[in-house]
Design a protein around this ligand. Structure first.
Ligand SMILES: [Zn+2]
Length: 395
């Protein structure tokens, strides 16, 4: 592996096989030039002037992976919220940075963070952006807007009235949030019931209107049927988890261009945590898994926009990142490998309005993952990463 040590933002990757996520195929024996962290040229002929050259004939390159649903400050142990409260917010921020860096080493070069204590993900994101520390691209939401009796209030801003909701959105915007995350229904992790709803359709519509006015999209934690329907009617940009969604609502999502971030593997994991996690969490998760299997398949059939999100950091889910587990779950629930890879790359990039990531093509950032095997033939290839590039630099 020593020959990769020289990758430092300017080089040629020669004889490369890379996954063209747009066409769902592998482009073979291409030569990729990286300048200042950007893919500046892709061509068939070898470079005349050697310079820094890395032979990639033994690997398959994919775009850097994007995880749309992460709790970066949580540890994925049996009680991540208790650990977070015991450690305090400063340690949570340090832990979050360590998790972000571990994620990047394992191929996740972009993270949308959807719930951290005291908005610490915004600070982690700032530290990375300012070049103080290395890390993935982070798109932070800060704390989750939720009502009294909501879902994981330890990482929430409580907002019950219209005025409080508006104030919370404006506060997060001023602090540096890039997205707004709202808890539209209860969840599996917590004492509350899943449904029917925490916020009304009118309140959700207000959240969407004010967030969009301030150039932020909205992600909603939504598990109950009526809660999800309210989110869709309100125009929530990404429905997180989305247990039971009727066909009519899925069709509405297609019409409106709204996306589903299904987070399948975390609920599989919670459902299998009998004796490890409180029984009420396990029971709620078992129900969610049954509903997600049907909903996901139908959403794929109907052509709903889907992007990959994991809920990394959640209880008993294991260390960051969790993308590999989620890819296998999406495939198991009926999605072909090429589409799973799209969900973790170009689909996510489009939802983030970021046209410089998600695809290996000229003009995009040189964020790439090198695998030993062809992931289009078997997604388990993502379990065997040879190296990762972030902005052309070896991670
Ligand atoms: Zn979550």
């Amino acid at each position: 592996m020593n020959n990769f040590i020289n990758i430092n933002g300017d080089c040629w990757l020669i004889n490369a096989n890379y996954v063209d996520v747009i066409n769902g195929s592998v482009k073979e024996k291409k030569n990729i030039r990286i300048n200042d962290g950007v893919i500046s040229e892709i061509r068939d002929s070898l470079p005349e002037n050697e310079g820094d050259v890395v032979d990639c004939s033994n690997v398959y390159l994919t775009p850097g992976l994007i995880d749309m649903h992460v709790h970066i400050t949580w540890d994925g142990g049996n009680a991540p919220v208790r650990t977070m409260l015991e450690e305090g917010n400063y340690v949570a921020a340090i832990r979050g940075l360590a998790n972000a860096q571990d994620s990047m080493k394992k191929g996740v070069t972009t993270i949308r963070e959807v719930g951290s204590p005291d908005d610490t993900a915004i600070d982690i994101s700032n530290a990375i952006r300012r070049g103080i520390v290395k890390g993935p691209n982070m798109i932070p939401a800060g704390r989750i807007i939720q009502c009294t009796g909501g879902h994981v209030p330890e990482v929430g801003i409580i907002a019950d009235t219209s005025d409080e909701i508006m104030k919370a959105i404006r506060y997060l915007k001023a602090k540096g949030a890039a997205w707004i995350k709202v808890a539209a229904t209860g969840g599996a992790y917590g004492p509350e019931e899943i449904g029917p709803v925490l916020y009304t359709q009118e309140e959700l519509a207000l959240i969407v209107k004010e967030s969009h006015r301030l150039n932020m999209k909205v992600a909603a934690h939504a598990l109950s049927e009526v809660g999800i329907r309210n989110c869709i009617d309100a125009g929530i940009d990404t429905i997180e988890h989305g247990a039971h969604i009727e066909e009519e609502s899925l069709k509405k999502m297609v019409e409106k261009g709204l996306a589903l971030i299904p987070t399948l593997s975390v609920y599989q994991c919670l459902a299998e945590s009998k004796g490890i996690l409180p029984q009420n969490i396990v029971d709620k998760a078992v129900m969610v898994v049954g509903q997600q299997k049907k909903t996901f398949k139908k959403a794929v059939e109907l052509g709903v926009r889907i992007a990959l999100g994991t809920d990394a950091g959640s209880p008993n889910y294991g260390p960051h990142p969790s993308v590999y587990k989620e890819m296998l779950a999406m495939h198991e629930y009926g999605m072909i490998a090429a589409d799973v890879i799209r969900c973790a790359t170009i689909n996510a990039a489009q939802l983030l309005n970021n046209h410089s990531i998600g695809v290996i093509e000229e003009g995009r950032a040189a964020d790439m993952v090198a695998l030993k095997a062809n992931p289009l033939e078997d997604l388990e290839a993502f379990g065997d990463i040879v190296f990762v590039l972030k902005d052309g630099n070896l991670v």
